[in-house]
Design a protein around this ligand. Structure first.
Ligand code: UT7
Length: 326
């Protein structure tokens, strides 16, 4: 049996918000943002665009890249922390927008680690012969949950979506998925969260005044955890597969902060072939790793058999590392 990524896609809104634009909105500078995060600009969706619009555009691109049509898909999974609405799931809205026939659709809530959680779940479902061809999407409209008066967070995030078409072929014998280390620890959930407007803290006018519907983060604590969790899970994946860092064609960490990426690379002894897109998109949460994969794929930088190490970290706290074969 073979399970492979047959297509990739991504979509970001046209509008770009630069660090110089942010200088006019909050007390910050391009120099601070670049030196602390590596981010230079991010894409921002307009008010009328929903997460499902970003997701559908990325999904359409991935189907095209796989040379498949919506009717070939029998599983739709969307990772997002910014669903269109509490219910129905964003995956069903994307299914409708893309014209995918009735099939299993569900969302994953693992924040920035969501695409890797999704790869694990989708792979397991395809391997168990429960479905044949999945559309896995990571999509977030973080601009809608950003406190634009808080300089410590508003400079970090961007909007975007990425998608993978992952299919099973019973006639072949290779598998893109080699190993993973996936975990979460709810004890540190307060480091990074949107405190309102769920069942614990329902929507209210006071809540809006206090920005409870936006992301709050303890930056330094999240930073430390991100570095240790991503580097140790990557090490465990490499150890258990006997693969060395020098054998990796690409390492693709979640794109939250260039300094985090460099710290993880240093701990793994990787100097080249670390893919970085954070300067152009900021932190796009669920979308970030898939955007990197799609850029590498579309630019002809992925070849059959290439070993790819991915790593992610996010609210929950959640984290994961995966070793994949292209
Ligand atoms: O995707 C999910 C995971 N998310 C992450 O992994 C993000 C993890 N955290 C980070 O990337 C970093 O902690 C930040 C980029 C958020 C912050 O960088 P830092 O080096 O940890 O800065 P800090 O929070 O310790 O703040 C240092 C100083 C403070 O001033 P004082 O107290 O030293 O006077 C902040 O008030 O920088 C100040 N500051 C800013 N100054 C200018 C914070 N934000 C800004 C800003 N512009 N935008």
């Amino acid at each position: 049996m073979s399970i492979r990524i047959l297509g990739t896609g991504h979509y970001v809104p046209e509008k770009i918000l630069t660090n110089f634009d942010l200088e006019k909105m909050v007390d910050t500078t391009d120099e601070w943002i670049v030196s602390r995060t590596g981010i230079r600009e991010r894409h921002i969706a307009d008010a009328g665009t929903a997460t499902s619009d970003l997701a559908a555009a990325a999904g359409r691109a991935a189907l095209e890249s796989a040379n498949l049509t919506p009717k070939d898909i029998d599983l739709v999974v969307v990772s997002t922390l910014t669903p269109d609405m509490p219910t129905p799931s964003t995956s069903t809205i994307v299914q409708r927008k893309l014209g995918i026939p009735p099939c299993m659709c569900f969302d994953i809530a693992a924040a920035c680690t969501g695409l890797l959680y999704g790869i694990d779940v989708v792979h397991a479902m395809l391997a168990a012969h429960q479905r044949k061809c999945a559309l896995l999407i990571g999509a977030d409209k973080l601009s809608g949950v950003t406190n634009w008066t808080d300089r410590s967070t508003c400079v970090l995030f961007g909007d975007g979506a990425s998608a993978l078409v992952i299919c099973r072929d019973n006639e072949k014998d290779d598998d893109f998925y080699i190993a993973s280390e996936i975990s979460a620890d709810g004890n540190d959930a307060d480091f990074l969260k949107i405190p309102g407007f769920g069942s614990a803290c329902p929507a209210s006018a006071e809540g809006i005044a206090q920005h409870l519907n936006t992301i709050t983060m303890n930056g330094p604590k999240t930073y430390q955890k991100a570095v240790t969790a991503m580097s140790s899970s990557c090490k465990r994946v490499l150890e258990k597969t006997g693969v060395s860092a020098s054998q990796l064609r690409w390492a693709i960490p979640h794109q939250a902060n260039d300094r985090i990426i460099s710290a993880v690379a240093e701990r793994l002894g990787i100097s080249d072939n670390i893919y970085r897109s954070v300067a152009r998109y900021g932190n796009t949460s669920s979308a970030s790793i898939g955007i990197c994969l799609d850029e590498l794929n579309k630019n002809g930088k992925l070849h059959r058999g290439d070993l790819i190490l991915t790593a992610a970290f996010g609210a929950g706290l959640t984290w994961a590392a995966q070793l994949l074969r292209w």
